[in-house]
Design a protein around this ligand. Structure first.
Ligand SMILES: Nc1ncnc2c1ncn2[C@@H]1O[C@H](COP(=O)(O)OP(=O)(O)OP(=O)(O)O)[C@@H](O)[C@H]1O
Ligand SMILES: Cc1ncc(COP(=O)(O)O)c(N)n1
Length: 264
């Protein structure tokens, strides 16, 4: 039997921990064939993003046309799109992108906004209405809703507010809130539930968000129902964090490891 094909529309992380490099790794380890449309190049390592070079939106669409003309894409994940023009260009394709998982990469790990706020509105108006799942982290959900997000209830309220964009499912990820558990709020079909897993104490957490969204897309491509896909992606991220916890790759936040099939 041949694998399902999945597409990531994302930026390159030269340090290998996040971005399309993390997505392709998660695709392979979750049984799907990965294709990649590159939106932005980052000069990045485990400690910082030093520079960003955007791919022109017209070349993003040229890559999209090439992939979609030939390959049987069964799910799509978007990551760092980096400009309003690119978000709007991808949004133009969105009605024909199956199982679209949108990970809105808007802030760096210090919570600093990476792009002008016109990019936020392009996500809200253009892309979210077509998404099967959107996966903002705490800082992104806060930026997009204007809400202060501190408690579980705040996460649930932000997820519910973002559902008004028309997204099929909203996950407000709580990796930015260390505790005994890693807690995410999931809005789906009118109600909110929480995903919970034990907190993994490690500095090697670069790429958790990309890995969570890419794994969800890989599972949706294999016809796993959305709520099950989120539960399984959550377990996969936990296992990947545990596998990489003792690694020392880079001086900052290192990458996630490779779980085996029995880990998650
Ligand atoms: N230390 C941890 N232990 C267990 N789960 C974690 C940990 N850190 C993050 N997670 C989980 O990983 C997933 C990704 O969430 P997170 O909030 O980290 O995304 P992100 O901010 O987009 O990623 P990044 O921190 O890499 O920028 C969520 O399910 C979150 O709960
Ligand atoms: C090119 C690129 N894309 C995305 C992220 C954020 O990734 P994450 O939220 O998983 O750390 C990143 N640091 N670099």
């Amino acid at each position: 039997m041949q694998p399902a094909t999945v597409l990531t529309i994302a930026g390159s992380d030269s340090g290998g921990g996040a971005g399309l490099q993390a997505d392709l790794k998660a695709f392979a380890l979750n049984g799907v064939f990965g294709t990649s449309v590159v939106t932005v190049l980052t000069a990045q390592n485990s400690a910082e993003i030093r520079a960003i070079e955007k791919v022109p939106a017209a070349f993003v669409t040229a890559q999209l046309d090439a992939v979609l003309a030939d390959l049987p894409v069964a799910a799509v994940k978007t990551g760092m799109l980096a400009s309003e023009e690119t978000v709007r260009a991808v949004a133009g394709y969105a009605p024909r992108l199956p199982n679209l998982v949108v990970d809105p990469v808007l802030v760096n790990s210090d919570g600093v906004q990476l792009f002008p706020s016109t990019v936020d509105s392009a996500y809200l108006e253009g892309l979210f209405p077509h998404a099967a799942v959107i996966t903002p982290n705490l800082r992104e959900a806060s930026l997009l809703t204007g809400r202060k997000i501190i408690s579980d209830d705040d996460m649930a309220a932000a997820a519910t507010e973002l559902a008004a964009t028309g997204a099929g499912c909203v996950v407000v990820k709580g990796g930015g809130r260390p505790g005994i558990e890693a807690v995410d709020a999931v809005w789906h079909e009118g109600s909110v539930r929480f995903l919970r897993s034990p907190w993994v104490g490690t500095r090697n957490n670069h790429g958790t968000g990309c890995t969570f969204a890419a794994t969800t897309a890989a599972l949706l491509a294999q016809r796993v129902p959305v709520q099950d896909a989120l539960d399984r992606a959550k377990r996969y991220v936990q296992a990947a964090l545990e596998r990489g916890a003792a690694w020392q790759i880079g001086s900052g936040h290192g990458p996630l490891g490779w779980p085996t099939a029995t880990d998650h």
